[in-house]
Design a protein. Structure first.
Length: 445
């Protein structure tokens, strides 16, 4: 094992990782996984409480998903998706359109979350150009938003440590204050505030709608921004403003899609429908890379023209609609139906919401929030002032290290410790995870 870790250090450069930290935080060498447990080469297990970067849905090593991939592998592993097509992509598109809300009617595949966002941004911009509205060139997005690491996706993300070094590359967007209730931008409390913070968005749209293509939002959960869970009313009002000012609504369901919030898609909590929906991560249940951008007939029709009209959408990726990934995604959607996954997770959702309340008593826990199988604890230095721990204190990493000793992955987002649980979780496992987390955070408190 030490030999492999030495080779890892010699040859690899890991994402979002300061490689100088290697000694303090060496990577864990995972050999196999089952359900929601990861096993290392020494036989230790770790509860995968963040679903392997928010993508695992039905658990690791699921026999039905494995069988679907193997079956497809015997037919065709990959084929270019321009001028060719295949049944896994066709059936998957049909299924996706049947489980997503509203009048979404076309699926454009890609291969990850960032690309699904890039596609939506580019389609929205080109839609307005194809319709002769070349002045519509800007996007609106939220502070604390995260839409990926490609240049367009970074541009519409909130300003952060992650994208600051690349600021010279980013295009200009309208950023508005987020509905971050714990640190309310208007200094009020929900629900008495009546989501007054919507005024920041309203003002931008009122003044600038003629130059705006779209608003892009992560529905209900600003995930990488710190699992900031915001009120359904905000999402409803934001959608209504998009209609009022004739701009597109892009919902980035890359993290929230496929049941994580308790409904198949987070936008269903608000009964709203977007012009574009971005999907990835859970789409293939975490087995193979896949992205999809869903849109409406109205948008599709703005591109549908004679070749010489130059209205074609010129965008694509080599691994677009990879047949193995589509087969995994189809198997995952079948499991949702056959195993009534969304019904089965309800007791765990209730347990998570209720049991997280005991963390409020801990003197470092400033805020507790949850939605579906997502839960977050915002750690603060001072609960009265809400003063944050400093960057150099690395409180989140301390919790993470302590978690690994207790066989639980508590990967932090800055000062936020969170759970992003797979839908295969059972109550017994959830209880064990929450007890372990409570013990660890109590000690650190
Ligand atoms: C909401 C959201 N959008 C987009 C992305 C980017 O996805 P990917 O990492 O697959 O590019 C992420 C990744 O965490 C995300 O949470």
């Amino acid at each position: 094992m030490n030999n492999l870790i030495a080779k890892d250090r010699k040859y690899l450069w890991h994402p979002f990782t300061q490689m100088k930290d290697y000694k303090a935080y060496p990577p864990i060498l995972i050999e196999r996984a089952q359900g929601m447990k990861l096993f290392d080469t020494k036989g230790n297990f770790y509860y995968d409480t963040i679903s392997s970067w928010w993508c695992n849905i039905h658990g690791h090593n699921h026999p039905k998903i494995k069988a679907a991939i193997k079956k497809q592998l015997d037919l065709v592993e990959h084929v270019l998706f321009a001028g060719f097509t295949h049944s896994p992509a066709i059936f998957l598109a049909q299924e996706l359109l049947s489980v997503t809300p509203g009048n979404l009617s076309k699926v454009f595949f890609s291969d990850n979350g960032s690309t699904s966002v890039e596609v939506a941004l580019k389609m929205s911009l080109q839609y307005w150009r194809n319709r002769g509205k070349k002045n519509k060139q800007k996007f609106v997005s939220l502070d604390y938003a995260y839409h990926g690491d490609t240049v367009g996706a970074m541009s519409v993300s909130g300003k952060s440590l992650f994208n600051e070094p690349f600021s010279p590359l980013l295009f200009d967007t309208h950023k508005v204050a987020s509905p971050y209730c714990y640190r309310c931008p208007v200094g009020k409390n929900y629900p008495a505030c009546k989501v007054e913070c919507i005024k920041f968005l309203e003002r931008v749209l009122q003044k600038k709608h003629a130059e705006i293509c779209a608003l892009i939002l992560e529905p209900l959960v600003l995930a990488a921004g710190g699992m900031i869970i915001y009120p359904v009313e905000y999402l409803k009002k934001a959608a209504a403003l998009c209609t009022q000012y004739n701009i597109h609504l892009i919902l980035d369901e890359v993290a929230t899609g496929f049941g994580r919030t308790g409904k198949m898609f987070a936008c269903e909590h608000a009964s709203i429908t977007p012009d574009f929906m971005c999907l990835s991560k859970g789409i293939s249940a975490g087995y193979l890379p896949l992205g999809a951008t869903l849109t409406t007939e109205k948008i599709y029709n703005a591109f549908y023209a004679d070749y010489t009209a130059k209205k074609t959408f010129y965008h694509g990726h080599t691994y677009t609609a990879n047949p193995l990934a589509c087969a995994a995604a189809l198997a995952s959607l079948n499991i949702f139906k056959e195993e009534e996954t969304l019904k089965k997770i309800q007791p765990c959702i209730t347990l998570l919401r209720k049991d997280l309340q005991r963390f409020r008593a801990l003197n470092t826990v400033g805020n507790v929030r949850s939605l579906g199988l997502i839960g977050a604890l915002e750690l603060v230095k001072n609960k009265d002032t809400k003063d944050a721990f400093s960057f150099s204190q690395r409180i989140g990493m301390k919790v993470y290290k302590a978690g690994l000793k207790e066989h639980i992955v508590l990967r932090p987002l800055g000062n936020v410790i969170y759970f992003f649980l797979p839908l295969c979780i059972r109550e017994k496992e959830l209880k064990a995870i929450l007890d372990k987390a409570f013990k660890i955070i109590s000690k650190i408190s």
